[in-house]
Design a binder for this molecule. Structure first.
Ligand code: C5P
Length: 317
């Protein structure tokens, strides 16, 4: 690569991308393609990864942050796959170094890998000057993973299909959360498989393919629209929670500890093992986080508010 090839692009581009919590994750039947039909209500929250794209022979990837050692630095990194996909669509070489400043828990059920993929697409698009349309970016996000389109758009949204078909949702205010970060991650496919196994074991002969199409909860959407934390607390649900707890039984204690500390409600975030606690206000969130940190039921506890904006260019030069 030489400078002339980047005459329309930037020297570097940094994109900030939020984590998510699923305020409703209703899992339908197992589809022939191996995915499950979902009614998936995403809320982006203010824990962020930053992905910086630099010109380099590539693709290369580096990472920093407390959990950087858990970030794969090979072709399995979703950000690398994102850079390759964008480059191939535009007939370019994937010449980039992606640097990930990691603050979202790795394999934690908060879409950290998806965030990095969405961040890499936006950063490379600006670096290479490829001016990809929003619709094309969304389609590439969906190819990369079911949660990646939501990392691009942020805010709050209902995801149908396998979670990639998004309808933006209105929110009437900020919700205050605490996230109890566990030691070690959980594999998303393993948690879905456990969900199916539990359904088959308890289903009186019903097959996992025949689960009815899930729907978004009207009460939950109304609570989001009204910015009503208590109503949202009553409506939270996650069909993967039993499976995550089955694979990691200690999560039951973490959930109880946050509720005992004063959270309005507790649930596993996505496929876990991060546990999410909805609280009344910022002061309550800080108090719950402090109690959880001292409890020994998690590695650490973080506070964050949602909704948060989707992938955004924050620096370039
Ligand atoms: O889309 P993504 O690559 O993130 O999905 C990872 C895995 O999670 C899938 O291979 C599948 O096993 C499971 N999954 C699912 N149903 C979904 C989304 C993910 O079964 N709607």
């Amino acid at each position: 690569m030489n400078d002339a090839e980047h005459v329309n692009g930037a020297g570097y581009v940094t994109v900030r991308v939020p984590a998510k919590v699923n305020v409703q994750l209703s899992v339908g039947g197992l589809r022939p393609d191996g995915f499950h039909g979902l009614a998936n209500v995403f809320l982006a929250v203010g824990l962020y990864d930053e992905v910086t794209a630099f010109p380099a022979d590539g693709p290369q990837v580096t990472a920093e942050g407390a959990d950087a050692a858990q970030v794969p630095l090979d072709e399995s990194n979703l950000a690398v796959r994102a850079a390759r996909l964008l480059a191939s669509r535009h007939g370019l070489a994937p010449d980039v170094r992606l640097h990930i400043a990691k603050d979202i828990p790795v394999a934690g059920g908060m879409a950290g890998g998806s965030a990095d993929a969405a961040g890499a697409l936006v950063a490379c698009d600006a670096l290479w000057g490829t001016a990809t349309s929003r619709d094309e970016l969304l389609a590439m996000c969906a190819e990369l993973g079911s949660d990646v389109p939501f990392s691009l758009v942020g805010g709050a949204a209902l995801g149908r299909g396998r979670g990639e078909l998004l309808t933006p949702l209105e929110t009437g205010g900020a919700f205050h959360w605490v996230f109890a970060v566990a030691d070690g991650g959980l594999s998303t496919p393993a948690v879905y498989r456990e969900c199916d196994r539990l359904r088959e074991a308890g289903g009186g002969g019903a097959t996992v393919e025949a689960v009815p199409e899930p729907e978004a909860s009207g009460a939950l959407l109304e609570a989001l629209r009204g910015g009503d934390a208590r109503a949202l607390a009553d409506a939270l649900s996650n069909d993967l929670q039993a499976a995550a707890v089955s694979l990691r039984p200690s999560l039951a204690d973490t959930l109880k500890a946050g509720e005992a500390a004063g959270a309005l409600a507790a649930l596993v975030s996505g496929s876990g093992p991060t546990c999410a606690f909805l609280t009344e206000d910022a002061a309550s969130a800080e108090a719950v986080a402090a109690t959880l940190r001292a409890s020994g039921h998690c590695r650490t506890a973080r506070t964050a508010t949602g909704p948060a904006p989707g992938a955004t260019v924050v620096r370039q030069g």
